[in-house]
Design a protein around this ligand. Structure first.
Ligand code: 13P
Length: 286
């Protein structure tokens, strides 16, 4: 069965010390690239949609892409909503066929975050849908959420332990110094905190803000328990730059299919490199 929640794939990844790549897709074409590339590499994969992308295309359209693109896939593919703050959107995703949801109530006080996240776990588990929840505040821009660097707060390990004991999460997203978007300097990753949180919670961790991290940082974080590795900004840049680069090379060409084909090639390259780097290739085989 190719359509799966994240639970089993992330348990396997944490135990096997590799990362499952989670790509934020933008449209049908980028969704197709992710599924086909994962299939070729025999890798489990997570396709993420921001709420903005859902608002652009609609629940039913994206859910139908998920069904169609995984029909003949031989690898597990999860469809996940990223950083969702709205319970109604989460309910609609569950109803439409998403296999996984992220509730982001990290801007709320701890008890309130816990309460909202608990509600989502209840809703989701009744439908066999997996849940990711966040603690602390991850910096940068994701969808319409903007957290300035000075306002980003790292997750407290003691609170993280309580949070994960209280909630049945497939994956836990603690703020550990990474940020969404483009890093302006060297990111200060709190490796000690990752290690401590991974050990005390025993839950697979999500590494947000993947774009721009070095190979060494990825490997170290994955080795410590980051089983889900998020990539969004890199694909956004490739999505746009592939068109402008191709136009520069072909100023008189007005055949959109050629542009889309070139874009697919470039996106595929990014997806492939990341899956291989995180160690996911071949892991759907066993
Ligand atoms: P980047 O945009 O930095 O790749 O981060 C992606 C992410 O964490 C999505 O939640």
């Amino acid at each position: 069965m190719a359509r799966e929640s994240m639970t089993e794939m992330l348990q396997n990844a944490r135990d096997g010390k590799y990362g499952v790549a989670a790509f934020n897709i933008l449209d049908y074409s980028s969704f197709k690239v992710v599924v086909e590339t994962a299939n070729e590499l025999e890798a489990p994969v997570i396709v993420q949609t921001s709420v903005k992308t859902i608002n652009l295309w609609g629940y039913d359209a994206i859910a139908s892409w998920y069904k169609e693109l995984t029909k003949n896939a031989s690898v597990p593919v999860a469809l996940h909503v990223d950083h969702c703050t709205d319970l109604e959107v989460i309910k609609n995703c569950i109803k439409a066929g998403w296999s996984s949801v992220m509730i982001d109530a990290s801007s709320k006080p701890f008890e309130e975050n816990l309460e909202i996240s608990r509600k989502v776990v209840e809703l989701a588990s009744a439908a066999n849908v997996s849940v990711e929840a966040e603690l602390g505040e991850i910096g940068g821009v994701e969808d319409d959420l903007i957290i300035e660097e000075e306002d980003a707060t790292l997750a407290d390990p003691a609170k993280a332990k309580i949070f994960c004991e209280e909630l049945d999460l497939a994956v836990f997203a603690p703020a550990i110094g990474t940020a969404h978007g483009v890093y302006s300097g060297e990111p200060k990753i709190a490796f000690d905190r990752i290690e401590e949180i991974a050990k005390t919670t025993g839950v697979p961790l999500a590494l947000h803000g993947g774009t721009g991290l070095s190979d060494e940082v990825f490997k170290k974080c994955i080795g410590m328990g980051c089983a889900k590795v998020n990539i969004s900004t890199q694909l956004k840049h490739t999505y746009i730059n592939s068109f402008t680069d191709f136009k520069k090379e072909n100023p008189n060409l007005f055949e959109p299919v050629k542009f889309i084909e070139y874009q697919i090639k470039r996106l595929k390259n990014d997806v492939k490199e990341n899956i291989i780097l995180f160690g996911g290739a071949g892991k759907a085989r066993t």
